[in-house]
Design a binder for this molecule. Structure first.
Ligand SMILES: Cc1cc2nc3c(=O)[nH]c(=O)nc-3n(C[C@H](O)[C@H](O)[C@H](O)COP(=O)(O)O)c2cc1C
Length: 701
């Protein structure tokens, strides 16, 4: 078995878990008036059924609605909430999972306090000069975020001693309700900038009374909360404390300080420490430092520091994949591993590991689409798991009548349609005109390697489901008749247009697809437009095997890139930003010209902030409000307002002008077929839209 340590039993206090896999708290925002709903139950039950050892309910407000971030988060403040929690406990236990509840007072992020005209509790005022970099956020997103406080501006006040006594009581009362509901324990949320963590943080806590100044004083609130819960709930009830192993801010919590807090929490009665991290700039790039890391294993070093200081189990988190989890558990860096986004993407991950089928795991592609919804109180959705956030639709069921489904196009939308239709018992053929499956997701894996994981997952699934996959096979009406198609699903992607300006057809002007085709050797026409010496580079690259796989192309292209030094990318959307970063990393001097005022708008905003940050760090210059006027052999001209500018360039990459394209679908309709259209062909929605529309099409046949 490849993951024996991850899959062995564990223990947190008196609570035994069937394995070391933890679902960390992740807001679902599906409660009504603080009460658990069927949607919550379906979400957690799916992960219990999938084999998770310990589920932690999303952050729940101990004094709800006071100190709450959302009216849709679980409430723990009254006995009327116990029956809903009881249903959760039953759902988890029915499938062999243990379940804890994350308890929180949200302090400076309690949007409900602002909405209901209460001051938010903080250790000291004023808060440090903030923190929220809104530069990459769109107006539409800002308006939605403002809804969290009802458009009101939050006010804070320094908590008095009476406030803190009340807070401690609220935590103890809430824990007792959780225990009465039959849940196995609680997690005290002492991380991520909420009330307790702001007390722990030297950056936020500037008090000079017994709750500030020294390590012990800053930890006093945490210690009082943990001790009160232990006293109230006894020894037979699990208590985890979630800490920031690091605050990505000057003067913030360091790993060593976090370890000191962990020791104090252990003495107060905690059974385990869950080591996360947080960053300021919750709207900007800081969010991808913490709490949602950008890099795999980003916090494992933090967990290892805490682990050396305590004798209770340590839970690590932060883009940890199963192989890394196994390695770090074995090394003794941690005792449990949380997998957040990964278990949103695939609730059945533990069961797949247990049955030794790790290649069937649907990997999270790190796109941040899930968490972006939380910024405006929405339920997370997932670009690769079309069911997340849609549990009201119910599970997939076998079709009542087996039909012959032909899918045209082997990108993510087509493959997801084929997968779902085949799961439902239909007979499915997939036609792809190129030699490869994956469509634009395959190409984009050059710039965004995680996209390859989706291609891998979907192509594995459809072949295991016996979908008849025919690559290098363009669709024709004759072929569809031969196949006896009852339903045809067209997933042929978008149409890309060059801008209608002088010079757009020059040989050094490439579309994003041309460029990728050039690098992968898939597009001989693009290579034929290169000057002779670069054409030679391409054929040498091909003969040396540089183009044999996307991974190889990506790594070889750091040294070998068949286009000139100065590159202008036209279009600063998702594709343009990713290409720009990719080219700049490979030593190109890149300027991006974007017509609109905002960049990367199709990306979920945390990923957008990170991608722009990385691209700028690599020297990319972004020019917004730029109206292209012409391309010559040596440069690109554009207008900003009334002023004309020219930027010198050896190559131009067009990453704009993406349009829906139903032409194939219309032709097939005229030919008399029952046709549905999914993905970018119908509505440009990139991976998330393709997978979701493909799923819905597969479900509806
Ligand atoms: C949609 C979403 C909601 C989250 N909500 C919470 C939360 O309620 N409480 C919390 O402590 N962390 C929350 N987090 C952070 C996760 O618990 C976890 O620490 C983080 O996602 C990093 O782990 P991962 O890389 O495995 O996803 C949330 C993360 C996501 C993706």
């Amino acid at each position: 078995m490849p993951h024996p340590t991850l899959l062995t039993q564990g223990r947190i206090g008196s609570v035994e878990t069937r394995n070391r896999i933890v679902l960390p708290a992740m807001d679902q925002n599906s409660c009504e008036d603080g009460e658990i709903t069927d949607l919550n139950i379906a979400h957690y039950e799916a992960r219990a059924r999938g084999g998770v050892g310990l589920l932690i309910l999303e952050t729940s407000a101990v004094a709800w609605p006071i100190g709450a971030t959302s009216l849709h988060q679980p409430a723990l403040s009254e006995d009327r909430f116990i029956p809903g929690l009881k249903r959760l406990a039953e759902a988890a236990h029915r499938h062999g999972s243990k379940m804890f509840v994350q308890m929180c007072h949200h302090g400076k992020t309690a949007g409900v306090d602002a909405m209901q005209d209460r001051e938010q509790l903080v250790p000291s005022v004023p808060l440090p000069a903030d923190e929220n970099d809104l530069s990459s956020v769109t107006m539409d997103e800002l308006m939605k975020m403002a809804g969290l406080t009802g458009g009101k501006r939050a006010q804070q006040r320094a908590a008095t001693i009476d406030d803190l006594v009340w807070v401690v009581d609220q935590f103890a009362d809430a824990a007792e309700r959780v225990q009465k509901a039959g849940l196995d324990g609680i997690e005290v949320h002492a991380a991520h900038g909420y009330l307790i963590s702001t007390f722990l943080s030297p950056h936020y806590n500037l008090r000079d009374d017994e709750y500030g100044g020294s390590v012990e004083n800053r930890a006093r609130l945490l210690v009082e909360v943990v001790s009160a819960i232990r006293k109230r709930c006894g020894s037979d009830f699990g208590i985890i404390v979630r800490l920031d192993g690091r605050e990505y801010v000057e003067g913030g919590i360091t790993p060593e300080l976090s370890a000191e807090y962990a020791v104090l929490a252990e003495s107060a009665g905690a059974d385990a420490i869950h080591v996360s991290a947080s960053g300021p700039n919750s709207m900007g790039v800081g969010f991808t430092n913490g709490p949602l890391p950008w890099q795999p294993d980003q916090y494992l070093g933090l967990a290892a520091v805490v682990k050396q200081s305590v004798s209770i189990p340590v839970i690590a988190v932060g883009r940890i994949f199963p192989d890394a989890a196994e390695k770090h558990l074995k090394n003794g860096d941690c005792d449990f591993v949380s997998m957040g986004r990964q278990l949103l993407a695939d609730p059945d991950l533990p069961a797949k590991l247990l049955s030794e089928k790790p290649d069937r795991v649907r990997t999270c592609i790190n796109c941040f689409v899930c968490v972006a919804q939380n910024f405006w109180d929405g339920a997370p959705i997932c670009a690769v798991n079309a069911e997340l956030g849609h549990y009201d639709e119910g599970p997939l069921r076998l079709a009542t009548e087996r039909r012959k489904v032909v899918v045209v196009g082997g990108g993510p939308g087509g493959m997801e349609t084929a997968r779902v239709a085949a799961v439902r018992g239909h007979s499915v053929t997939l036609l792809e005109k190129s030699p490869h499956l994956g469509g634009t997701a395959r190409f984009s894996s050059l710039t965004t390697p995680m996209n390859a994981e989706l291609v891998r997952y979907l192509s594995t699934e459809i072949s295991l489901l016996d979908v008849d996959i025919r690559t290098s096979t363009p669709v024709t009406a004759g072929l569809l008749r031969e196949l006896n198609a009852d339903v045809v699903v067209v997933a042929t992607g978008a149409r890309r247009e060059r801008p209608d300006i002088p010079g757009a057809g020059l040989p050094h002007v490439f579309s994003g697809d041309d460029l990728r085709g050039l690098l992968t050797g898939d597009d001989p026409a693009a290579a034929s437009r290169l000057p002779v010496h670069r054409r030679l580079m391409v054929s040498i690259g091909r003969s040396l095997g540089f183009m044999s796989s996307m991974d190889r192309v990506r790594s070889m292209s750091k040294r070998w890139m068949p286009i000139g030094k100065r590159v202008v990318v036209v279009g600063g959307g998702l594709v343009g930003v990713e290409l720009a970063e990719y080219l700049a990393e490979r030593g190109r001097s890149v300027t991006v010209l974007e017509e609109g005022e905002k960049l990367g708008v199709e990306m979920a905003h945390p990923r957008r902030a990170r991608s722009l940050f990385e691209a700028r760090n690599h020297g990319v210059s972004f020019i917004t409000g730029a109206q292209l006027t012409g391309i010559t052999e040596s440069g690109v001209s554009y207008l900003v307002g009334d002023e004309t500018h020219t930027v010198r360039s050896d190559a131009v990459v067009i990453a704009s002008g993406v349009h829906t394209d139903e032409s194939i679908a219309e032709q097939l309709r005229t030919d008399g077929f029952d046709v549905r259209v999914v993905g970018d062909a119908a509505s440009v929605g990139y991976i998330e839209g393709a997978v979701r529309t493909g799923y819905l099409a597969g479900r509806s046949i």
